[in-house]
Write a protein that binds this ligand. Structure first.
Ligand code: BMA
Length: 853
């Protein structure tokens, strides 16, 4: 008999309830998918309709026209009834020959959302209460050869919440009802997304047949890299299903070499078996811009005679360390990848849809590819969402994007009673074992903003929590996040990096900027000016951000009646922050023209977002190595809306996303105004130092140069260097701030250069020519259907040149940039529109034409 197990991970059987822990090998010829022929109905209604598995109740109802699309207009409010009902799913199936022949048969549920009663041939085989678990149920006794009936009844989440509340010591915890259920927290409504409390079979279901040896949680880890040799360990758990003792051999190899061959004997279930092996002269996994994210393709075999279990696993060899060393009156917060310090540049990631089963692998790839192309090297998987799919982590592995992985807890206080902790143990173990073999995951974090919320958001007063309850609640949180979770993960990997809560300290406290990671929300929530970013720089900026409205072509998709106006109810309902639009408007009024016309307003909102976040990123990078990371809030969207995202739900980039390529480039030039001085910086987090020339030109908006300067310099790797400084009046005595632009360029080896434009006046005060003389020409790119070059030329300075037309799938090589007087620039676009349509539909917006509004 031969068995094969694939890269696919499965959780393990846990005690009597048979809850799975994590990755396991799957016998290929003895697996059978059960994703077909499903039907669903509201429970008790007997109104069966075809269902899609994996899927959700909402998407099934939508497919049959039973509910309106909740993402369109104000429909969200019309579908709220769905979460109040119980729903039933059923299918019938025959067992395949191979499954039927296997001694042990299991039903595997990769994910059930959430309060699920599962019946096989009318026997209750599982009660599911946690969306974040994979269940593997022994169905050897229940399975029939033919005509099996599998039925799953999903009770409303609210029912489970009420049940769990009765078990909890505190019935009214900060965060509200959602904290009593292990279910994606953002589904209950967040300040970036709708309330859509889903139910359903949201991941795959399949049958599994096994005979003698069940190997689970196969896992690789890099112990150390020393003297040009990597020391790895292969770990796994065994479930031996036969009586007696048997000798097995484990082998680890790749196409070029055998690295390990070891004999061991098995006579019972054993967990945490581990064998070390060495890889001389290893090729390492490097993050984006540091080198190649090399992955070995290992084959792991466990065999006895003809019984062979085989698993193929892609694995990136790397070490990761987070050093928090005492420095002055604080501590550093620096990640070291393979011993090299690395400045983390990236963003916070939320689920890319409220209905997660419809996130395609193409969507994951395109978002993560775009992160890579914009020079990011880290994404933080935020704790209010989901543990992401294999697609997400595989893409991060192959594209060199490091992941800060939160456990799924956010902005609330969670119960710590026995019932909850038992479930949490399984969840923590299974997710850790499933995800930790991914080289991309460099840090684990207990939760999002629990410590911050507890200490700074006034829950205790607002909810009138007594001091004794307060003491108990906080003790519970410390147990969960300071002992329990790290205890579990460190028992499996003592090197795993664990941070109990993000941020370490709330942003209103001075200590927040001395140690740990910080979420700085003085800008936006605190209404402080963008200049506050300059003096709120901590060791690691894991959140900060500003909202921008999605492009007009996206508005057209979620508001198809075509009414674009501020009073439109759809416009209002696609903004979930209570003061979102007001906040955008306040910042716009401070420094920008405020247009009446809707499409202009949308455009300016994106310019505001781009400028605000740029200022933050530049401040953080200039503070290297004091500050060693910057992750803005938020990269993506779960539905079409006005939010902090830089890429909207439909994949459309906001102006911020285009700017990131330069802001996150390994070499950055940036200007700081300090008191009466102007300081010119070059930041270098490239892997090597650079010799080059820093030049500036101080010119008026018509392009006449008033002053130039050139400084030859060497920019050392890992440093932010103030290359040149002078008195501000040296420039402003020659030209008013409204009339000038300081153009900076750092040119270095191999004809490379980076540039920036700096203004001493805010945008609304700049003396921009109303009509800068901007000309455009569009020509198809030869041999590339659907690709065009737009050549732009301007006579005087054109600010934030923004090209758009009605094709939400169009791509632009750049957008929203400034053009100096006399400059020419090519933008490459792809679109399904014809040249004629493009010429007729192309719109070019600039801040110039809006001056005075
Ligand atoms: C952050 C996040 C989210 C929230 C965002 C914007 O702190 O953790 O909870 O959506 O702020 O307010």
């Amino acid at each position: 008999m031969k068995k094969y197990f694939t890269q696919h991970f499965l959780p393990c059987l846990c005690a009597s309830v048979a809850i799975l822990l994590a990755s396991t090998m799957q016998a290929q010829e003895a697996t059978q998918p059960l994703n077909a022929n499903w039907q669903f109905t509201e429970s008790g209604k007997n109104n069966w309709l075809a269902a899609t598995v994996p899927g959700t109740v909402h998407t099934d109802l939508l497919a049959h026209g039973k509910i309106p699309d909740p993402y369109i207009g104000t429909n969200e409010s019309q579908v709220q009834w769905v979460e109040t009902k119980a729903w039933e799913y059923k299918t019938t199936f025959n067992a395949s020959e191979e499954i039927w022949k296997s001694k042990h048969k299991e039903l595997v549920f990769e994910g059930l959302d959430t309060y699920a009663f599962v019946y096989l041939n009318d026997s209750l085989i599982l009660t599911g209460e946690n969306m974040f678990l994979e269940y593997r149920i022994d169905v050897t006794k229940h399975l029939k050869k033919t005509k099996n009936n599998l039925r799953i009844v999903f009770h409303p989440a609210s029912e489970l919440i009420e049940k769990n509340k009765t078990l909890a010591a505190h019935k009214n915890l900060p965060g509200g009802d959602r904290v009593y259920i292990r279910k994606a927290q953002y589904q209950f409504g967040w300040d970036f997304g709708p309330r859509l409390v889903t139910a359903g079979i949201y991941k795959k279901i399949w049958l599994r047949g096994i005979n003698e040896l069940d190997v689970k949680n196969i896992n690789l880890k890099t112990e150390k890299i020393k003297n040009d040799t990597a020391w790895l360990e292969v770990n796994f758990d065994l479930n031996y299903l036969t009586k007696g003792q048997k000798e097995y051999v484990i082998e680890v190899s790749d196409k070029s070499k055998n690295y390990l061959k070891k004999q061991f004997s098995v006579n019972e279930t054993t967990s945490g078996m581990g064998y070390k092996f060495a890889i001389p002269k290893p090729k390492l996994w490097w993050a984006n811009n540091m080198g190649k994210p090399y992955q070995y393709e290992f084959t792991i075999k466990i065999y006895s005679g003809n019984d062979i279990l085989e698993k193929k696993i892609k694995y990136g060899i790397r070490t990761i360390e987070l050093r928090q060393e005492k420095q002055g009156n604080g501590k550093s917060f620096t990640f070291f990848l393979n011993g090299e310090p690395v400045f983390m540049k990236g963003a916070n990631w939320i689920p890319s849809d409220n209905f997660t089963p419809r996130i395609t692998s193409e969507k994951y790839y395109s978002l993560i590819k775009s992160a890579q192309q914009s020079n990011m090297n880290m994404l933080r998987v935020w704790g209010g969402g989901i543990y992401e799919t294999e697609d997400f982590y595989n893409d991060c592995d192959s594209l060199g994007i490091m992941v800060w992985q939160d456990f799924m807890f956010a902005g609330g206080v969670y119960p710590a009673n026995e019932y909850f902790m038992n479930r949490l143990r399984v969840e923590t173990q299974s997710q850790f074992l499933r995800l930790s073999p991914h080289a991309c995951i460099v840090a684990w974090c207990g939760n999002n903003e629990i410590e911050e919320g507890w200490n700074n958001w006034g829950w205790q007063n607002e909810m009138k929590i007594s001091s004794s309850d307060s003491l108990k609640m906080w003790n519970d949180e410390k147990v969960i996040f300071n002992d329990f979770i790290p205890g579990i993960i460190h028992s499996r990997d003592s090197n795993a990096i664990y941070i109990p809560s993000s941020p370490s300290t709330g942003w209103s406290h001075p200590e927040a900027y001395k140690s740990g990671d910080v979420h700085y929300w003085g800008v936006w929530w605190g209404m402080e000016p963008f200049s506050s970013y300059d003096n709120h720089v901590g060791r690691f900026m894991s959140e900060y951000g500003f909202q921008g409205m999605p492009p007009l072509s996206s508005f057209a998709l979620f508001n198809p009646d075509g009414t674009f106006s501020f009073s439109d109810p759809a416009f209002q309902s696609h903004q979930k922050h209570p003061k979102g639009y007001e906040t955008i408007n306040t910042y716009m009024q401070r420094d920008y023209p405020v247009p009446d016309e809707f499409s202009d307003y949308v455009y300016v909102s994106q310019v505001v977002q781009r400028d605000g976040v740029s200022r933050a990123i530049e401040a953080h990078r200039k503070a290297m190595p004091y500050c060693m990371g910057t992750l803005f809030w938020q990269y993506n969207d779960c539905w079409p809306a006005t939010s902090w995202s830089s890429v909207d739900y439909y994949g459309q980039k906001k102006l911020l996303q285009y700017a990131l390529k330069d802001l996150y480039a390994p070499v950055l030039v940036s200007v700081t105004e300090r008191n009466d001085s102007v300081l010119l910086y070059v930041v270098n987090d490239d892997t090597i130092s650079h010799k080059g020339l820093l030049a500036f030109a101080w010119m008026n908006l018509k392009g006449e140069t008033i002053r130039t300067s050139f400084t030859p310099t060497t920019i050392y790797t890992g440093r932010s260097s103030m290359v040149f400084g002078f008195e501000k009046k040296q420039l402003l005595d020659t030209l008013d701030p409204e009339n000038g632009v300081l153009h900076l360029i750092f040119s270095y080896e191999n004809n490379k250069s980076v540039t920036t434009n700096y203004y001493f006046a805010n945008t609304k005060s700049l003396a921009l020519a109303k009509d800068p003389g901007l000309m455009s020409d569009i020509v198809p790119v030869a041999g590339k259907a659907g690709t065009y070059t737009v050549t732009l030329r301007t006579v005087s300075l054109a600010k934030n040149v923004y090209l758009s037309f009605n094709d939400p799938k169009a791509t632009f090589s750049d957008n929203g940039f400034d053009m100096l007087a006399g400059e020419t620039k090519d933008v490459i676009i792809t679109t399904s529109l014809s040249l004629e349509q493009l010429k007729a539909g192309m719109r070019i917006q600039t801040m110039n034409s809006l001056q005075g509004q």
